[in-house]
Design a binder for this molecule. Sequence first.
Ligand code: PMP
Length: 366
Amino acid sequence: MTRVFNFSAGPAALPEPVLRQAAEEMLDWHGAGCGVMEMSHRGKEFTSIIEQAEADFRELLAIPSNYRVLFLQGGATQQFAQIPMNLLNGGSADYLVTGSWSKKAYGEAQHVAGALGGAARLAGSAEADGFTRLLRADELDLDANASYLHLCTNETIHGVELGEADQLPASAVPLVADMSSHILSRPIDVSRFGLIYAGAQKNIGPSGLVIVIVRDDLLGRAAAATPAVMDYKVMAEHGSMLNTPPTYAIYIAGLVFQWLKAQGGVAAMEAANVAKASLLYDFLDASEFYENRVARDSRSRMNIPFLLRDEALNDAFLAGAKAAALTQLKGHKSVGGMRASIYNAMPLAGVQALVDYMRDFAARNG
Ligand code: PMP
């Protein structure tokens, strides 16, 4: 068996020890006589799995006790609609647009707000600059009475990350953050946010699962038309089990959380992620052959888009990478070029192998 270095933006590579443990437990979980996929979500075995997963996730992110953790379905995209349904409360919400994902979230919120009799308002956009940087404080037009302020703290396609607390907009309204593509990659101060959500398929586990961290006081504001399964308060009251939850995805997420704890938690992950990202950015910045166009203070540690200055070489670059067991490097079609997604599960050796390949390719084609 050969496992490649998989640079996919998501679904992305998972830690190999997690996959091995899941394989070992596939037919018989801890003597239950059946696998996790086959057990009742209400039985004591699965109850212990979801409770442990939540406890480990809370510990990893130091989530305060006045926040609920919900294991939901429908991916981060469903949250684009669910957030205004639950939090708009007849008012207007502000949206910052810093890349494709926050733009999609804004579009969906406009649609939902229109139907619910509220509004979604553009409070700042970096689109004119091709989404190559974060917004500056003086570019924001914030509504002090907004129901919430939505932002995406890591734009997976454009490779723009808002990682430092002092980069957060100064606002007294609840901050709602899409952290799908960098959650658990660095410590965060959860208390700065009203709601955090993250699709699982990058740093957590299988796609379909989305984790929502929501402050208690934001529960119970859902519009009357909100279906029960999309109402955060109802889901919180039922321990994310109003209906059958995505049990296997939650189990894998739990294994990933245990793996993260064994690595030293998110602080240790951050140090590893800084080392990996610096290796690639330093190489790109020193190169005449490749380039990354994102402003330095806005660069993502997780998703690193780059261009070959001679785009005619793109296909040869990708074919050579694949032959060297470096896969999924093609950039998103809206940006072009290449993108290396280097989430928690990507080892430094994988980034080193990529840089070695890139150096060699440039020497042969420069
Ligand atoms: N937000 C971000 C930042 C993403 O990267 C993605 C998926 N790549 C989504 C939202 C949408 O997630 P999903 O496909 O799980 O709905």
